[in-house]
Design a protein around this ligand. Structure first.
Ligand SMILES: Cc1cc2nc3c(=O)[nH]c(=O)nc-3n(C[C@H](O)[C@H](O)[C@H](O)COP(=O)(O)OP(=O)(O)OC[C@H]3O[C@@H](n4cnc5c(N)ncnc54)[C@H](O)[C@@H]3O)c2cc1C
Length: 357
């Protein structure tokens, strides 16, 4: 039986593992985190039609139900507003069916996708191709494992990418995103200005700084939160990221100030925004890449997770098609590389517009 080793139990790696296990392959996922919930990796993720289609293709019905049941109520608006909350642009998405998932809490989503094929506390440090064309991975913690295919689904800092295509890591865009949350409860719900409670709203400051707001209201449990995501330059972020958001928006519409005032100050953290440059194709072999490990993109447009899910669905379909393993990898890479980098480029154009002064 074909044995597939996956480096990274993130969104793409877990979706792939679910699909391959369901298809009868032997799968092992190695995750460097010591446990499923050991750090914050961000908050709300937007899922689009492509992401939904990929989830349907990858997940067994009971896992899809679990993911849907723990997702957020569907929103119906994407809008851009000024810092005075004047509407510049709005697009409505009425009547998204309940069967579709338009947003998830990242950590809840990842737990929903988990399989018992994941081994936590295993950091993939590198690999070698054996004399018989198999792949042997070695772990930073010690030990090794062997399989027919290694999939680097290990995100932006991918160790597998560094060995497969050295020097093609993503570049720093000179932008920082500060993420945080405001809890939604009986006290804060009435304070959310109507558009900000309906979907993703980008509030553009006069100085080029912008803040995105988007709610997660869980379908089957009370409460949720309003995700707050400020994009700025690294030098503008002080030692207390929450204070930076408070100070940057101090002169904005008083309703924004109020919302930020209710933010959970301990939930705010900065990330560096990066993007991968177009690369490939390379000679197909028993090692490939998926998601952020190959086509890292800025969060603009909320497409990174959807792109990783699409990769998982495409790779799973090829590996389960009955083709020779290397032919299946080649067919996957022919689709994944141009599609992934087209998405990076559209995301770069979008973040350029969002931060234009
Ligand atoms: C704060 C934040 C907010 C975001 N918001 C959105 C959004 O709203 N919408 C959207 O579509 N996208 C969003 N993204 C992007 C999205 O999260 C990523 O594009 C998506 O998670 C990529 O999935 P992935 O499976 O490729 O990688 P990841 O989900 O990053 O998973 C990689 C996994 O590999 C593990 N790993 C890393 N190195 C190793 C190693 N050497 N050995 C073993 N395991 C390893 C990591 O611990 C991690 O679990 C956001 C990203 C961040 C950081």
């Amino acid at each position: 039986m074909t044995r597939v080793l996956i480096s990274g139990a993130g969104i793409g790696g877990l979706a792939l593992a679910q699909a391959l296990h369901r298809g009868g392959l032997d799968v092992a996922v190695f995750e460097r985190d010591p446990a499923p919930h050991s750090r914050d990796q961000g908050y709300r993720l937007h899922l689009d039609a492509d992401g939904n289609e990929a989830l349907r293709a990858c997940l067994p019905p009971e896992v899809l139900d679990r993911v849907r049941d723990t997702s957020g109520l569907n929103g119906d608006l994407v809008a851009t507003l000024t810092q005075r909350l004047e509407q510049v642009f709005a697009q409505e998405f009425p009547g998204i069916p309940d069967a579709e998932i338009s947003n998830v809490d990242r950590d809840t989503f990842r737990r929903g996708l988990l399989t018992d094929r994941v081994v936590f506390g295993r950091t993939v440090a590198g690999y070698t191709i054996t004399g018989t064309g198999r792949v042997r991975v070695r772990f930073a913690e010690g030990g090794a494992d062997e399989g027919d295919l290694l999939v680097g689904a290990d995100g932006v800092g991918s160790a597998v990418r560094e060995q497969l295509i050295p020097g093609h890591g993503p570049r720093d865009l000179g932008l920082t995103c500060v993420y945080g949350r405001m809890p939604i409860n009986a006290e804060t719900e009435p304070l959310i200005p109507a558009p900000l409670g309906r979907g993703f709203c980008w509030v553009a400051g006069d100085d080029g700084t912008g803040v995105g707001f988007a709610p997660v209201r869980f379908r089957h449990r009370p409460g949720g939160y309003l995700m707050i995501a400020m994009v700025t330059t690294p030098g503008a972020v002080g030692p207390d990221p929450y204070r930076t958001v408070v100070e940057t928006t101090a002169s904005w519409d008083p309703r924004i100030k109020t919302l930020i005032g209710y933010g959970d100050s301990t939930s705010f953290f900065p990330i560096t925004i990066r993007a991968g440059d177009r690369v490939g194709p390379w000679r197909p072999g028993p090692v490939t890449l998926l998601g952020d490990a190959i086509h890292t993109m800025p969060p603009a447009g909320g497409v990174g997770a959807n792109a990783a899910l699409r990769d998982a669905a495409t790779l799973a379909a090829e590996l389960l098609s009955g083709k020779d393993l290397i032919d299946a990898v080649a067919a996957y890479e022919r689709v994944m590389l141009p599609r992934g980098f087209d998405t990076v480029e559209s995301s770069l154009r979008m973040i350029g517009r969002m931060t234009a002064r």
